[in-house]
Write a protein that binds this ligand. Structure first.
Ligand SMILES: [Zn+2]
Length: 539
């Protein structure tokens, strides 16, 4: 008996031919029938396992088309501080976390907001007042700064004589002493660099398991990692080995390629990705392409813009075009997908210039390159992407009105009104894939759909929606997060919608969010997640 009959459901298929169905039949790992119940019973035959879905809503499994899997699991293991909205609340969480694990060599937290701290000015002394005996590292909500106590400053060797790194700042008091705050590359180099050296394989294994559990519980059946490296690869290979070779979620990865300033070294990184793409060919874990970060973020005025920010500043791209072109051309020739982080309009211009160059160089072939984020893209960019066949990979959750004000203020002009312009890509005919970029934003699939369909805040209902005319109809938003997100890594003929012949990857919700309205996306729960015909999560 290998067939399973699912009945008593409302099925949104994300398939243009038949948008809605009421029953499914799965044979092994594949959907063999999608349609009405009598047809399903006929297709199922008599030797069949029957599952009554109790009137639930079935959606194709979500694909989080841009995420950071190990970092997300690490973040889930840290003290959560986003909803601690006063210094008192932050301090009592730290006290409780310290008391809960007295053997821990250090205390890690994440997600605190500047406006939860008096004057928006955190200091090492504020942490020392409650936890001074071990180093404490607290990542801010946007992962662009880190707040440390005195023991942490000592552990990583930051003193008044430590210079600011390029692209970063060490916060200092009036006497020039480090005050406990590290910004941008200072946080990345000193804190993340140090924590990477004290993180063990066991730590990473636990992180991977937390990530897998969290995704399955929100109906995500596929993920695209956007900064895979040797450590992440090894951790996922161990996770597969623990299960006899298969994972309960489909992982496609983009190999991180950093600009070393040397073409030969850059190309060596591309060659490593190409080698892994050839060697690792499992449906559960594969290297799909490379990831390049062309610029920073608008909130910190580090995204590369055609025109300056409100304060007159601008940022140079991290990859100048003459270094970018050979890397993109080499990856394209090797059949790798190229994903480029481009938040500012100058950066997306560069990305498209490099893709155009690769097409001229390498001629006609199947290619599926993509631009990540596109938070502000100039008019005409979507048309150019459509012409070049480039996917727009965007994160509704980054357009949450609760984190909008600073973003808009940095631009300071009518550019802010064109932020996160999803309908432009749809209208231009470019492929639009949705994702969360966890852990820079919450990983939940349904709150992400809420923002996509309303432009309202999933964090705080008191905010007005921003550009509500940019909201997408819910059905369309879900298609971009399922079928098109699977297509972003070339798998739309394998999975991503509910159609006979495709993989049986789907999620069952306790609420019909189409009938109950968009607000219900904030309270609906996933009650069952099925991957390749196997129930991998059940509430
Ligand atoms: Zn990312």
């Amino acid at each position: 008996m290998t067939r399973t009959l699912y009945t008593n459901a409302r099925v949104f298929t994300a398939d243009a031919a038949t948008e809605w169905a009421e029953a499914l039949v799965v044979d092994g790992d594949t959907l063999v029938y999608v349609g009405d119940e009598s047809g399903a019973r006929e297709a199922a035959g008599t030797d069949v396992a029957a599952i009554d879905l109790a009137g639930g809503l079935v959606l194709p499994g979500f694909t989080d088309a841009h995420t950071h899997l190990v970092m997300m699991g690490e973040a889930l293991g840290r003290v959560a501080l986003t909803d601690a909205r006063t210094l008192d609340a932050i301090q009592s969480r730290l006290v409780a976390a310290r008391a809960a694990d007295l053997g821990a060599p250090r205390l890690l937290g994440r997600g605190w907001l500047f406006d939860s701290v008096p004057g928006g000015s955190p200091t090492a002394a504020m942490i020392d007042a409650v936890v001074a005996d071990v180093p404490v590292y607290l990542d801010a909500n946007d992962y662009h700064s880190c707040w440390l106590n005195r023991a942490a400053l000592i552990e990583i060797g930051i003193t008044r004589d430590t210079p600011d790194p390029i692209g970063g700042t060490i916060g200092r008091d009036d006497d020039g002493e480090p005050n406990g705050m590290l910004y941008e590359t200072a946080a990345q180099q000193y804190v993340w660099g140090h924590l990477a050296t004290v993180t063990t394989d066991d730590d990473r294994d636990r992180a991977v398991e937390r990530t897998i559990d969290a995704y399955l519980a929100t109906g995500v059946t596929g993920v695209v990692d956007m900064a895979f490296d040797e450590l992440g690869l090894a951790a996922f290979q161990r996770a597969a080995e623990r299960r006899g070779g298969a994972l309960p979620i489909r992982v496609a990865a983009h190999w991180f390629v950093g600009n070393t300033g040397d073409d030969a070294q850059n190309l060596a990184q591309v060659e490593r990705a190409a080698q892994l793409a050839r060697e690792i060919g499992s449906p559960w874990l594969r290297v799909a392409g490379i990831k390049l970060v062309l610029d920073g973020v608008i909130d910190a005025c580090t995204a590369a813009m055609r025109h300056p920010y409100a304060d007159g500043s601008n940022a140079d791209p991290i990859w100048p075009l003459d270094r970018l072109k050979p890397v993109v051309a080499a990856a394209d020739a090797a059949g790798l997908q190229v994903a480029m982080h481009a938040i500012g309009d100058l950066a997306s211009d560069l990305a498209l210039d490099a893709i155009e160059h690769a097409q001229l160089e390498n001629g006609e072939r199947e290619r599926r390159h993509r631009i990540e984020h596109l938070e502000y893209a100039a008019p005409g960019t979507a048309d150019r992407m459509s012409r070049l066949g480039v996917t727009a990979s965007m994160q509704p959750v980054h357009a949450d009105p609760a984190i909008w004000d600073n973003w808009a203020a940095m631009l300071g002009d009518d550019r802010a009104d064109r932020g996160f312009a999803w309908p432009e890509y749809v209208d231009a005919g470019a492929r639009l894939a949705f994702s969360t970029d966890a852990p820079t934003a919450p990983h939940g699939a349904l709150p992400n759909m809420y923002i996509a369909a309303t432009r309202r805040s999933a964090l705080d209902s008191s905010f007005e929606p921003n550009r509500p005319d940019f909201a997408l109809p819910l059905a369309q938003a879900i298609v971009h997060a399922t079928r098109d997100a699977a297509a972003s890594c070339g798998e739309e003929h394998v999975r991503g919608s509910i159609r006979a012949g495709l993989a049986a990857d789907f999620a069952v919700l306790d609420t019909d969010v189409f009938a109950a309205g968009e607000e219900s996306l904030l309270t609906a729960a996933v009650v069952r997640t099925v991957v390749a015909g196997t129930t991998v999560y059940e509430a």
